[in-house]
Design a protein. Sequence first.
Length: 275
Amino acid sequence: MLWLLLLQVLASCLWLGYSEVVKSFETSCPQFFYSKSTPDNSLQPQNPARICQRYKNTYRYATLYDKDLRIPVYSAYKYLPGPGNRSKSWFVDPQLINPTYPKEMDTEYSIKQQHKNITPQQIGQSQAINQDYNNLQGLDRGHLSPSGHQSGNNSKWSTFTLTNIVPQNSTLNKGAWNDYENRTMAQNTQGCITTYVIVGAVPGKIYISNKRVNVPSHIWSAACCQTNNNTKTWAVIAENNKNQTQNLRLRDLEARLSQLYGRGNVSLFHSACPR
């Protein structure tokens, strides 16, 4: 009987160790950060969730999520653009509902089928849900880790989780930010062997869905890439009410974010990434 109890405890520990909502990126999905070094705690919100975004039994990217504002702080990923289709479904994170729920992202419909008595309020207690993004005016569902920077259907579809989405100005999303994601990133990554990207959102003062979901004041992105000869970086920031982006050096973006977040000096990448 004691042996059976020990086996149950061990199984529980193993489950937690491979959980999608994790205690540490460094020990669970460090592969999405340059030299396995994550941003410092100056970006951490009061009520965070660290999510190793898991789809089809594989970690696809990492997200630091703000459970109070119901938007991601940032998503970190490797830039690997390639063929594939956009998802027709939107996902949520079951473990933000209950830590004992499955570790892979899932649709609200599927979760309701598995848990017959669950309500939309329970699903959305610590995360955004589909109805939060209904009837948007002048705003889109803006990806932080964009599907266009992934290769293959499974990786692209994994970006369609609401824990990777912020309310983004429609004109910016379809205009200057889209141009940065597609044209500028393709140009800047020429000669890169591996490119590590962190895309984030600065909380704003406006909300949607009866003050459930925050609308960021700024969207930003930074990259550090390895070439055959050296390491290079670049960065960009955009106000979320204008159709323009500002290209910056990494150190200038970190200084700007230090001011915007007001929680100390921001460091996004390992010190080997030039500022």
